[in-house]
Design a protein around this ligand. Structure first.
Ligand code: ATP
Ligand code: MG
Length: 451
């Protein structure tokens, strides 16, 4: 494997400092260096520069974690992690714009034009190799010297990566017991990378179902979100299910959830809805610290599910009322959710085809309502505004104006042709003269009911 750094170092080669304390690793990375990548690897100038700067201070600095996997596989790198023997205080002094982000773990974030770089001091004793041996999975325990592309791989991470194997560094049971979130990380990596856990890791995951309850919700949320958005979310979810973690995190998830999620676009709220259909979704999301806005969005999507049973198919009025109530975005999400569910094959074919046909009808009616630009779905699209209404009513701002606006909006949803100033004025007169209690309650008529 030959890596080419963008900014070749002018300092003496790092091999001596590396190879001496790490003879075994050195032998391994010579093996790994046999294969040539299809493309020379581009390491951003800022990353190369940061490493050079540390080297100039006679410090070690290696790329580690996800960026090494991505560079190795030739996939895009989204963030760079650097491991060093420099203390956080030293890194802070060297890079004036650096900020400490995890002093407990010795991590400093250095903002650069190529994005933030996390610089972390080697954990524990034993230099780079000691640090790598304390990491969670072998594929994450690979370091790369960006100056010349040398790889340090004491645990066989590249071989596991090539074999599609997710393996804990050392004893899986011990590794996961140290930090139960690693069980979720295993499922996350199964989803985001083409890797499957080995038997020991899967067994160790199952042992963490209980201990995971003691972990901060935010850490669980972050891993779950990444799992749900991964290209192999179905594999990640199936693993959560097999190990009993899913039942702990989200009791009541349906049999078809993994297939439904995988069939959905990679949007978090939609995928959360797909995963949590049929559960007490709001309570689960709150416990997992997903936040009020996100929880609310998922609830709203689920409230429209299954869409063709919530709305009378083919009806224009129903489609407009639905859009006025839920908004185009939520309705589109509900269509996608039902499509994914029907595609996942949980229903008998006849029932499924029937549901599909009804869903198409709802979709067509919704599309027509949206395409028809003149349709007022809310007060803002009404052909009159509050000011003109007050003039017609001969009153100032107050509940009367609000009630009139609500009434007119509802009437226009029923009959879009009414949305002209003249016809709205006639309708307003009719409404004003209607006897109280009948047509003049605060709640416009027809606003209730399933449509
Ligand atoms: P990504 O591509 O998602 O950034 P990553 O492997 O870089 O993947 P990070 O969460 O950024 O994942 O962590 C960086 C590295 O730090 C990991 O590769 C791993 O070596 C180590 N690490 C992070 N969290 C843990 C943990 N809970 N236990 C052990 N090692 C961890
Ligand atoms: Mg990372």
């Amino acid at each position: 494997m030959v890596y080419r750094a963008c900014a070749p170092g002018s300092l003496p080669p790092p091999v001596a400092s590396l190879a001496d304390p790490l003879p075994k690793a050195a032998a391994r990375y010579t093996d790994a260096m046999q294969a040539e990548p299809a493309e020379p690897l581009a390491i951003p100038r800022s990353v190369a520069g940061l490493v050079e700067r540390l080297r100039a201070e006679r410090r070690e600095a290696f790329l580690v974690g996800g960026c090494v996997r991505a560079l190795h596989a030739g996939t895009p790198v989204h963030d760079f992690d650097v491991a060093t023997d420099a203390a956080p205080e030293e890194v802070l002094a060297l890079f004036p714009r650096a900020v400490p982000i995890g002093i407990r773990h010795g991590t400093v974030m250095v903002p650069t034009p190529d994005g933030p770089i996390d610089v972390t001091r080697y954990r524990g004793e034993g230099g780079l190799e000691g640090d790598l041996r304390r990491r969670d999975f072998t594929v994450n325990a690979v370091a790369l010297d960006p100056r010349d592309g040398r790889i340090v791989d004491p645990c066989g991470g590249l071989a596991d990566l090539a074999a599609g194997r997710l393996r804990a560094v050392g004893s899986a049971a011990e590794r996961l017991a140290e930090d139960p979130v690693r069980a979720l990380r295993a499922a996350r990596f199964t989803s985001t990378l083409p890797l499957d856990p080995d038997a020991a890791l899967e067994e160790a995951m199952a042992e963490q179902a209980g201990p995971l309850a003691r972990v901060a919700g935010e850490r669980i949320r972050d891993e779950l979100a990444r799992l749900l958005l991964g290209p192999r979310a179905d594999a990640g979810l199936a693993l959560l299910r097999r190990t009993g973690l899913e039942a702990r995190l989200a009791p009541g998830v349906g049999e078809d959830a993994a297939a439904v999620v995988a069939a959905l676009p990679r949007e978090l709220e939609l995928r959360l809805a797909g995963w949590l259909r049929g559960t007490r979704a709001a309570a689960i999301l709150a416990r997992l610290r997903f936040g009020r806005t996100r929880t609310r969005a998922v609830e709203q999507i689920l409230a429209l599910h299954p869409l063709e049973e919530r709305v009378r198919p083919g009806s224009g009025v129903a489609a407009r009322r639905l859009l006025a109530r839920a908004g185009a975005e939520r309705v589109a999400a509900a269509v996608r959710l039902r499509e994914a569910e029907l595609g996942a094959g949980g229903l008998p074919p006849a029932e499924r085809d029937e549901a599909r046909a009804r869903l198409r009808e709802v979709e067509t009616a919704v599309a027509r309502a949206l395409a028809d630009g003149g349709v007022a779905l809310g007060r803002r699209q009404l052909a009159v505004d509050g000011r003109l209404l007050m003039e017609w009513l001969g009153c100032g701002p107050g509940p009367e104006v609000g009630a009139a606006l609500r009434h007119l909006t509802e009437r226009v949803i029923e009959d879009p042709a009414l949305n002209t100033p003249e016809r709205l004025r006639t309708e307003l007169e009719r409404w004003r003269q209607a006897p109280r209690g009948e047509d003049r309650e605060a709640r416009p008529r027809g606003a209730r009911g399933p449509e």
